[in-house]
Structure formats: structure tokens, C-alpha cells
Design a protein around this ligand. Structure first.
Ligand code: ACO
Length: 325
């Protein structure tokens, strides 16, 4: 029996136009470029304007991904959009995107797994494609996360940015050159007992407000390094591979120190890690596809390369995805 592979046909990204450096931030927040850079590696972030919506960012990224894939919205029959900063409590931002793309067919829904959202969305879309329930999927990570920040809390507001990234997956028979192309393995985890380490203190059923991000930074840091290293090992084991097989690691861009500590634990060459956190900050569900789009766009990721994506976020949620480009 021929297996079906979710082949990655294209990827794209979209950033808001407002660039805010650490120095600029330090004019309104009690912080310094030195503190932010030494603790996180972040030098700047892009932030949405008041009228700029998550769906606007998603639309830009989706169009860029479709263009690279040489496909149109007519070819897509599934949209999975990962976000924590939906335009509205309902409907899903994915259906707003579907309408903006002019689609009158297929189905679309959001995934909420905070910073792990894109890896969750990829894994979900892969399952729909593998079981024949869809033929081609737009998988989007899009966030206007800055709208969830408490700008009086310097421990969190300096860490995040806004943006969107997207990939187009197409179901293809896993034969010939496709035999090991596309998504090879995914692994997802969550542990709701760790809610208090990272959450938003509001929502429709609790406060009827949107709420703001609250975080115990040191606890997040410790769990992130442990969980990311272990889920990477799990996904490699499932595929019968090792870190030596990986051409590029595209991690969730939370913090340069988390990236470095995880790579050390995995004994992985830092030169093979795609890093954008210095320029994008932590864009939650958008961070992995933004980094992917950059590394594909500048030619680092080439057809045939083995790419490992990983992420961890509030919940806690965490996961990894291994794909052959
Ligand atoms: N500017 C200047 N000083 C600050 C700032 C700031 N922006 N923020 C906190 N401080 C101060 C604190 O008030 C504290 O001062 P005090 O010692 O006088 O009380 C001091 O800096 C140290 O604060 P800590 O919170 O202990 O700093 P720490 O060394 O733990 O670094 C950080 C904080 C960077 C948040 C770190 O804990 C971290 O990286 N955690 C991971 C968090 C993360 O990445 N979250 C993203 C979401 S989850 C994910 O994506 C995986």
C-alpha cells in the first residue's frame, strides 16, 4: 500500500511594518538594551498598529506561501491557523482568512497551543492529509501577541513581537522521489498542571476581558530546555534518526539562551540552528514559520534537507516535527 505524504510545497511570512528596537522600548519601559540582550538575545521586534489584525498578518503570510508553492486558494481545502491572539473570541481567525482568500469551499479552524501552536497545527494538518480528509492545507501561525502584553510588566513585555508565517502542505503519494519527503514524524505533549507558570489572566468565561500575559520566567526556562530536548529525542527515535542526520534545526524563538541550552543538551552544532529571535523576538505561534520562511528564502534550507522544528508554550504544551524538504 502506498502511504500518503504531506509534502511542503511553499512557505511565506509577513511582519508588521512598525519596528521597535530595545533602545526605543527603553524610552517607555524601565529596561535597557543591555538587560534584554544579555538575558534573551533580542535586539528588536515588529509590532502591529491599533488597526492591524492577526488576520491581516495571516493573509500576508498565506499569500506569500501560496506564491512560493505556485498554488492558488482554489487548490486549498483545509486551513489550520495557530494563534493565541485571535481577531475575535469567535469565529475562528482561520475562517476570516478563508473568506479573505476568496474561498467558498473546504474547511478552516484555529488551534490554540500558544507558542507550540504551529507545531500542533502542522501535526493536525498532516493527519487530515494522511487520512485523505483533505488534499492541500494552508498551515499558518499568526500573532498580534503585543495586544496581550502588560506594558507595565517589564519582565514580559520586552520578550515578545508580532508576525505571521505559513506553509502549504499537499498530499502526495509517497513513492519514488516522494518516498521520504514531507512530514516524517511529529510528537505532541501537554501538561495542564503547569498552567500558573505562563497564562493570560482573562477570558470569556472567567473575566469577560481579554487579560494580560503572566509568567514565572525561571520556571518556564527550566521546563523549556528539559521538554524541548526530550521531545526532539522522541521524534528522532520515532523516525529512526539521530541529531547527526539533521540539516537544520528550526526552534521556537523564545530566547537565545533557551536555544543555546537546548542545543548543548542535544550536542547539536549551533551553526545549523536557524535563529531569528534577535530580530523578531518571541512571536509565539508565528516564530517557527517565520524562521522557516527566512531560511528557505535565503537558500539555507534546500530540497532534500532534513528539518527539525520544535516549540514549547503555555499550558504547558510542547512538540516537535521532522520534515524532509
Ligand atoms: N529590564 C530590566 N530589568 C528587568 C527586566 C527588564 N526588562 N525584567 C526583569 N528585570 C529585573 C527584575 O526585576 C529582577 O530585578 P531584582 O533582582 O532587582 O528583583 C532582575 O531583573 C532579575 O529578574 P529575573 O526574572 O530573575 O530574571 P531572569 O534572569 O530569570 O531573566 C527571563 C528573566 C529573561 C524572562 C528568563 O527567566 C527567561 O528567559 N525565561 C524564559 C521565559 C520565556 O522565554 N518566555 C516566553 C514564553 S514561553 C516560551 O516561549 C518557551
Amino acid at each position: 500500500m502506498t502511504v500518503t505524504r504531506s509534502v511542503i510545497r511553499g512557505c511565506g511570512s509577513h511582519l508588521p511594518s512598525r519596528l521597535v528596537t530595545n533602545e526605543e522600548l527603553a524610552k517607555t519601559v524601565d529596561t535597557t538594551d543591555e538587560w534584554i540582550t544579555s538575558r534573551t538575545g533580542i535586539k528588536q521586534r515588529y509590532l502591529v498598529g491599533d488597526d492591524e489584525l492577526t488576520s491581516d498578518l495571516a493573509f500576508g503570510a498565506a499569500n506569500a506561501a501560496l506564491e512560493q508553492a505556485g498554488m492558488t486558494p482554489d487548490d486549498i481545502d483545509l486551513i489550520v491557523l495557530a494563534t493565541t491572539s485571535a481577531d475575535e473570541t469567535f469565529p475562528a481567525t482561520a475562517t476570516t482568512l478563508q473568506a479573505r482568500l476568496g474561498m467558498d469551499h473546504g474547511f478552516a479552524f484555529d488551534i490554540q497551543a500558544v507558542c507550540s501552536g504551529f507545531v500542533y497545527a502542522l501535526s493536525t494538518a498532516d493527519s487530515f492529509l494522511a487520512t485523505g480528509k483533505a488534499k492541500a492545507a494552508l498551515v499558518v501561525g499568526a500573532e498580534s501577541f503585543s495586544k496581550l502584553l502588560d506594558w507595565d510588566d517589564r519582565g514580559t513585555c520586552v520578550l515578545f513581537g508580532d508576525g505571521a508565517g505559513a506553509v502549504v502542505l499537499e498530499a502526495q503519494p509517497g513513492e519514488g522521489t516522494n518516498a521520504d519527503r514531507g512530514i516524517i514524524a511529529t510528537k505532541l505533549h501537554s501538561d495542564g498542571r503547569l498552567h500558573d507558570a505562563l497564562y493570560v489572566d482573562g477570558g470569556p468565561s472567567s473575566t469577560q476581558t481579554t487579560g494580560k500575559v503572566r509568567m514565572k520566567g525561571k520556571e518556564v526556562f527550566r521546563h523549556a530546555v528539559e521538554n524541548l530536548a526530550s521531545v526532539v529525542r522522541e521524534v528522532l527515535d520515532e523516525a529512526g534518526m539521530t541529531m547527526d542526520d539533521i540539516d537544520w534545526l528550526v526552534p521556537h524563538q523564545a530566547n537565545k539562551r533557551i536555544l543555546d541550552a537546548t542545543a548543548r543538551r542535544l550536542n547539536f552544532d549551533p551553526d545549523k540552528i536557524v535563529v531569528t529571535v534577535d530580530r523578531h523576538a518571541n512571536t509565539s505561534a508565528a516564530s517557527v514559520p517565520l524562521a522557516l520562511a527566512e531560511a528557505v528564502g535565503d537558500g539555507r534550507i534546500q530540497p532534500g534537507h532534513l528539518v527539525l522544528m520544535e516549540a514549547m508554550g503555555g499550558g504547558f504544551t510542547w512538540g516537535a516535527c521532522l520534515a524532509r524538504w
